[in-house]
Design a protein around this ligand. Structure first.
Ligand code: SAH
Length: 422
């Protein structure tokens, strides 16, 4: 195993790192043992409620060790200094109790029953406040909530996304129809209660579906998107595009990914122009854009059309001229690149929970980049894919878990692989 930056160790003991809402206060043991959440069981989101944060990190470390130690020794997990209210994206489903009272909350795990939520320990507090205000406004505006069984009613969900660095806030009202009665007064009242809101969007979802957002967005106020900043770059976020939910940890994650790739500073030793980098499963282009500062050329590939549109705008607005984005399946893209004799020095891959597929992995092996940095939110599928890569000419150099989702059982992990010498 390569020796790694020792300053990555014990980060969760450090004070907030400049992000506005990483609180600068000292945690008491009470904080770490978490004020209990009385709906944790029904919600099912925070499986580690009732445990201290240290215990949670210990469990995640063990899990990563169990799955990834066949490939090398994982480093100590990087936790959060203040592991609360880290989610920058808050969703609430709206409905009614039998007595007619309007409620907002989450679906009870594996059901379509709504559990009312007043407060959540991991979601952004301001976003929760806005959702409570909207719930009160539905009463005064006499707007009916949507009934999943009958398909009657209007108001389905609210999604609030917040740029923690910029303070910009997006409110998405998900309705079963494009017509919101007294629309202008409703938006006016919402902005009066929360002048900090940057944009309000009406999303139309008229299908019987468990998906929150429908296809159509109508901007009611502002620009229809927000911006946030990561690693010194500015990113545009649309209602439906993927953006990491824990921006404090995301910066740490990306910094490690850059150092694994040797892109944390300019290094022109081997290649005058700088390395050719692929950012596979690139979302709105965050990793590729951060990498582009110290790379020769970057190519990003992503399936989601909206995310690619945002990625292209992000490149333009951050004045990065050495990056291109393609919309499509990452495996298909890699295959055609390998078949056409393309070349890459470094590949970042950050697939969804299901992991990558053989089409991608076999083309990656054909393309034969010197370094692969594999970021994953599911160590099980990551272990499966690492096995394939190890069998096909790569060796694991570093394994760094990062806790992006405190109080839940999920864990992110970055692995550096290099091509074995033949
Ligand atoms: N790297 C980004 C996004 C990672 S999430 C970031 O750090 O923000 C995984 C991304 O993979 C999502 O944006 C999803 O839309 C995309 N995706 C899922 N399946 C894909 C496929 N087959 N090909 C390309 N992208 C895919």
């Amino acid at each position: 195993m390569e020796k790694k930056n020792s300053d990555n160790k014990n980060k969760y003991r450090e004070k907030g790192e400049g992000q506005k809402n990483e609180r600068k206060h000292v945690l008491s043991s009470d904080d770490r043992n978490c004020k209990s959440c009385n709906i944790a069981k029904k919600c099912g989101g925070c499986r580690y409620q009732g445990m201290s944060y240290e215990e949670q990190l210990g469990i995640k470390q063990k899990e990563i060790k169990k799955l990834l130690s066949p490939f090398g020794d994982p480093e100590k997990i990087i936790g959060m200094y203040y592991p609360y209210h880290y989610r920058n994206k808050v969703h609430a489903v709206f409905g009614r109790k039998k007595n007619g009272e309007i409620i907002s909350g989450i679906y009870e795990a594996n059901t379509h029953r709504i559990v009312p939520v007043e407060e959540c320990l991991i979601e952004d507090e301001k976003s929760q406040e806005i959702i409570r205000s909207i719930r009160d406004m539905l009463r005064s505006f006499k707007i009916k909530t949507y009934d999943e069984d009958t398909g009657y009613g209007l108001f389905r969900h609210v999604l609030v996304r917040r740029g923690f660095k910029t303070g910009e806030i997006m409110v998405v009202l998900v309705l079963s129809s494009p017509i919101l009665p007294s629309k202008n007064n409703f938006v006016k009242a919402l902005l009066k209660a929360h002048p900090e809101i940057s944009t309000v969007i009406l999303n139309v979802n008229d299908k019987k579906t468990s998906m929150v957002l429908g296809d159509r967005n109508i901007v009611l106020y502002g620009k229809g998107f927000i911006r946030d900043e990561l690693c010194g770059l500015s990113f545009r976020i649309s209602p439906d595009s993927f953006y990491q939910v824990n921006p404090m940890q995301t910066e740490k994650l990306y910094n490690i990914a850059m150092s694994f790739a040797g892109l944390d500073s300019k290094n022109d030793k081997n290649n005058e122009k700088g390395p050719v980098v692929i950012d596979a499963y690139c979302g709105i282009g965050t990793i590729g854009l951060v990498a582009s500062k110290n790379a020769g050329e970057v190519i990003g590939v992503e399936l989601n059309k909206d995310a690619i549109r945002d990625a292209k705008i992000n490149a333009r607005e951050n004045k990065r001229e050495n990056i291109r984005f393609y919309q499509g399946d990452a495996g298909e893209f890699m295959e055609s690149m390998a078949e056409n004799g393309g070349h890459a020095d470094i590949v970042f891959m950050d697939p969804p929970r299901a992991g990558s597929d053989e089409r991608f992995l076999s083309s990656l092996v054909k393309l034969a980049p010197e370094t692969v940095v594999y970021i994953s939110c599911n160590p099980e599928t990551q272990a499966r894919d690492l096995k394939y890569l190890r069998k096909n000419g790569y060796e694991v150099k570093n394994i760094q878990p990062v806790d992006m989702f405190p109080w839940t059982e999920h864990c992110e992990c970055i692995v550096k692989l290099t091509k074995k010498a033949v």
